[in-house]
Design a protein around this ligand. Structure first.
Ligand code: FMN
Length: 436
């Protein structure tokens, strides 16, 4: 048995026919009212997904050729809604599925974040998670009044302290602080509500928080760092890790490495679930699935532009300064997603930038076939890797693609007893650790 998560973007759904969706709907202009995302969340819950992870970034990219044309043409990273705000609406529309919101430890403030996530944990009745990101863009830093992003490893030190500050605030209400006693007339017992008095190198907060202790006390901690510093952070602090290794061997190596690091931090590695990003291409027949794949690989110009936009957004690398008919120079570095860049260099090898960036899709496994054959492959790979789950992704999203997953792949997995058929617990953390 394994678990499913959904990599959600609060960005524009499909506005033109694509290999994974032949239909054009009016979602592309209506998505900002959130209803598309409510339908998505309900479908995922019905289909046995453990959680919906809402990614986030905080800028309109404009590195490629020095303007925002590529970013806005393909709308991968902007425009985008704020997941923390949207989560409360999704919470009201669902009962069981976990909702994980991305929030930056580099730009946000611990008191504000602790208050928002405690509120969301109440509103979801214990289904909230926090994707802790250190962020990766000077452009975002400039939106928050800084000149540039702090250095990569320093951001992880800040994140470590940020989390401790937030926890000091979440600890400030004892479990039994609220008495709401008709007899005494007291609502809360002031001796059970404490100041946090947190003072670190980067953050200082007095407390107490003005939100009472929430059902999970701390949100489910999620992280996606891949560098050595990022892996340590994730192994030390998280319940859930997202990663995109290339193929079963790398998946297994990544999982083994994290579990070993977790043990080194005195943790039970079974308390950490690792989700591998996949983008399955599901057809009605094998031939249909291969046609979808061929169409995907055939739109070389679009793939190239989307890749360029990916580089500028996540690594702040302007790829237009390199000759596209030569390989990516080995000495390119980033203060953004370092492991992403290293993975790209390894995957691209000696290929020219144009050749490498014109094909492919981001996925730990190729997964092309009918729901039945893809389900078989997922089962075999997960058995080899040892656990824990897959994070399904596509962008732009469409109702059609959601349906191929929730109405074809999920039922095929469920028939094999591979994914949950219900939710045993109320809290996201409990459901993650104990899949039904
Ligand atoms: C599946 C996945 C989802 C991610 N989601 C976000 C996100 O929403 N926002 C963000 O700023 N970074 C996101 N990241 C980036 C990570 O937080 C991290 O910065 C990146 O993987 C590089 O880690 P490293 O610097 O330790 O190599 C994501 C990464 C992965 C693999």
């Amino acid at each position: 048995m394994f678990q499913l998560g959904w990599f959600g973007n609060l960005t524009a759904p499909e506005w033109t026919a694509s290999p994974t969706s032949p239909y054009v709907t009016d979602d592309a202009t209506n998505w900002m009212d959130g209803r598309f995302y409510i339908d998505q969340a309900r479908n995922l819950e019905r289909a046995g997904f453990d959680f919906l992870m809402l990614e986030d970034s905080l800028m309109v990219p404009d590195m490629y050729r020095g303007n925002s044309e590529m970013a806005l043409k393909h709308a991968r990273y902007a425009p985008k809604l704020d997941p923390v705000v949207a989560a409360s609406m999704l919470a009201y529309a669902t009962e069981h599925i976990g909702i994980i919101c991305t929030a930056s430890t580099t730009f946000y403030n611990p008191f504000q974040l602790a208050r928002q996530f405690a509120t969301l944990d109440h509103l979801t009745r214990g289904r909230i998670g926090w994707n802790m990101v250190t962020s990766s863009e000077d452009r975002a830093a400039q939106n928050f009044g800084m000149d540039k992003l702090p250095e990569h490893d320093l951001r992880y030190e800040m994140a470590d302290e940020f989390k401790r500050a937030a926890e000091a605030l979440w600890d400030s209400w004892d479990e039994d602080a609220i008495t709401a006693s008709p007899e005494t007339g007291y609502y809360a017992d002031y001796t059970k509500v404490h100041r946090a008095d947190f003072e670190g190198r980067f953050y200082k907060t007095r407390g107490p928080l003005n939100v009472p202790r929430s059902p999970q006390h701390y949100p489910v901690y999620c992280q996606a760092g891949g560098s050595p510093k990022g892996r340590d952070f994730a192994a030390k602090h998280t319940d859930l890790i997202l990663n995109i290794p290339n193929g079963p061997e790398e998946m297994k190596a990544f999982r083994d490495d994290i579990r070993k690091r977790a043990e080194g931090f005195g943790r039970n590695p079974d308390d950490i679930k690792i989700f591998f990003v996949i983008l399955p291409l599901i057809g009605e027949t094998e031939e249909h699935a291969r046609e979808i794949q061929d169409e995907w690989n055939g739109r070389k110009e679009t793939n190239f532009e989307i890749n360029m936009s990916h580089f500028e957004a996540t690594q702040e690398i302007d790829m237009s300064v390199f000759d596209p008919d030569k390989p990516l120079p080995a000495d390119v570095t980033t203060n953004g997603h370092q492991s992403t860049l290293e993975n790209t260099k390894r995957a691209w090898g000696d290929k020219t930038i144009r050749e490498a960036a014109s094909g492919g899709r981001i996925s730990s496994l190729p997964l092309v076939g009918t729901a039945e054959t893809v389900a078989d492959e997922m089962e075999a790979v997960m058995e080899y890797v040892g656990g824990d789950g897959f994070l399904i992704y596509n962008q732009p999203m469409s109702r059609h693609y959601i349906s191929t997953i929730t109405d074809a792949l999920s039922p095929a997995l469920r028939r094999r007893g591979l994914i949950r058929s219900g939710f045993k617990h109320q809290l996201l953390r409990d459901n993650l650790r104990d899949p039904a």
